[in-house]
Design a protein around this ligand. Structure first.
Ligand SMILES: Nc1ncnc2c1ncn2[C@@H]1O[C@H](COP(=O)(O)OP(=O)(O)OP(=O)(O)O)[C@@H](O)[C@H]1O
Ligand SMILES: [Mg+2]
Length: 313
């Protein structure tokens, strides 16, 4: 079912060398002395995720388990794009990643190659028709999983509002079932302040709010932040919140002005690296490849953002 193969998630050796400011020959020798395999073909050398993991651990990196959700009440700001590309890069850096699609529009599921009205989705887990573990589809065996979404999830809100469910546990409890199998759980959400998104917030260690250079997004971010503060207080959460600036257009003075305004407004909640506006993002989704196959802005921006978020050098 999955359009991906394991080799789509191998890390380029020159990307690993760049990370440690080493020449590729030098890092190749170091990998070989650690008995970490490299894979060569079509003029490129790659390292498998398990090899990258061993190398980063050797350098002192600790893989910690984390739940990150992507939220913003305003639509079209790059929630899905950021969730997808940060997750794919994390997989290349050796993280075991679970994507959880909780947007009934299911764009994340489509991007990962799952477009099916028959597959189990979160509503089935919520109604205890299937366990979370059994509902997860392996995208890459033992490395990337997906709890897909589809329009069947459109009744979740009614179930949550009519029922007696504890929003603090609705998403958190099923995640606890599978958390041991993943380092990173990434949740994509719909553009709203829904009850489901409150439950997502209660299950998150970190909420990332993507923002774009326009005044509606800034207004949306302020409203969303106020809502998150309220949820944090109501449920007594230990929650981190960050804002990620995307669709930065260097040709427009407005982008820089908005970015600076965000730095002033949101201070250290802002992730310092940002993602530029680029057509590569749409093109790669259409081609079934990742942005990390190319050498463009999308790759370098999301690589930097992923490393910032995951704390990789
Ligand atoms: N950095 C970027 N440069 C250019 N286009 C982008 C960028 N990031 C996202 N896009 C495009 O913007 C559109 C919206 O992105 P995306 O679907 O990720 O937003 P979203 O916040 O998930 O939207 P929704 O609220 O509908 O779920 C998509 O067509 C996507 O390809
Ligand atoms: Mg989306």
């Amino acid at each position: 079912m999955s359009p991906w193969s394991q080799s789509d998630f191998y890390l380029r050796l020159d990307d690993l060398a760049f990370l440690f400011d080493l020449k590729t020959d030098k890092i190749k020798k170091e990998l070989s002395s650690l008995q970490i395999e490299t894979v060569s073909g079509q003029g490129k050398t790659h390292v498998k995720p398990e090899g990258v993991r061993r190398y980063l651990e050797h350098k002192g990196f600790k893989y910690q388990s984390q739940v990150i959700s992507f939220q913003m009440l305003k639509g079209g700001v790059s929630k899905t794009t950021s969730c997808l590309n940060i997750g794919l890069r994390a997989a290349m850096y050796g993280f075991r990643v679970l994507f959880m699609d909780l947007d009934q529009q299911a764009n994340l599921s489509f991007a990962l190659g799952v477009d099916d009205l028959e597959v189990p989705v979160f509503i089935n887990v919520l109604e205890k028709k299937i366990s979370m573990q059994n509902a997860v589809i392996p995208i890459v065996e033992e490395q990337i999983g997906l709890l897909p979404s589809n329009l069947n999830n459109s009744v979740i809100e009614r179930v949550l509002l009519n029922g007696t469910k504890n929003l603090g546990r609705v998403v958190k409890a099923p995640l606890e079932e599978v958390q041991g199998s993943y380092d990173l759980i990434l949740i994509d959400t719909s553009p709203s302040l829904s009850a489901l998104n409150t439950a997502v917030t209660c299950a998150s260690d970190l909420v990332i709010l993507p923002i774009n250079p326009d005044k509606f997004t800034l207004f949306g971010a302020q409203k969303h932040l106020a809502d998150l503060d309220q949820i944090r207080e109501d449920f007594d959460l230990d929650l981190e919140i960050k804002l990620l600036f995307t669709k930065y257009d260097g040709r427009e003075a407005a982008s820089e002005a908005y970015f600076n305004q965000c730095l002033e407004l949101f201070g250290n909640k802002m992730i310092r690296s940002f993602v530029r506006q680029t057509t590569e993002i749409k093109n790669t989704i259409a081609s079934g490849k990742t942005i990390y196959d190319s050498k463009g802005n999308a790759k370098s921006d999301y690589d930097r953002v992923s490393r910032d978020i995951l704390g990789i050098w």
